[in-house]
Design a protein around this ligand. Sequence first.
Ligand SMILES: [Zn+2]
Length: 214
Amino acid sequence: MLYVFAHPDDAEYFCGGCIISNSQNEKNETIVCCATREEDEKTALIRKKETINAFLDYNVKLDWLEFCDGQFFYDRMHFQKIKSYIDSISPDIIITHNQYDYHNDHRILARMVFDASSYRYPVLQTDTINGNDFTPELFVDITNNMEKKLSMLSCHSSQLASVNYIDMVKILNLSRGLQYTGKTNCYCEAFGYFSRYHANEIEKRIRKLFCLGD
Ligand SMILES: [Zn+2]
């Protein structure tokens, strides 16, 4: 299972609950963080360390692609890097950003992952940052891992000074839980199908990978 996200903290925010759950079920998980270069090297180093700390207790592999934060372009260089990286992993399934998310880097990366995967790898897109412009097709109940997810996110203290991602993700996952179950004490992460891969095989793999049963 491969998670392709733009910035440090994105994987935790958008699907941290699923990553924790899959890690506990000993799924083979790789998270690639694409934008590990910043305007200044000190910030880049801090953000990398925060990501390493966030996943310290979990059995996941972390990779980095050294794109520049805020400077993603859909060009040959970026596309080839993404495509070669995905081919080197040859994942059963890929999870990436939502194609309509708020951040330019997120949207461009989602589009490149979609095109690089083509019909060869199944892809899921995550929720948007606040649930706008997205009707989910798959909900995963993360209630049991919500506290752990929040403590992963809290490792990113350099980001939390300016935006309260903790409260934002609580509200987002709670509203998806309400939408899915009608209950007010359930937290869910939401996903949508996002590839040219044949749907029956995608469903089969998702059920297996998320341990959803038949
Ligand atoms: Zn981001």
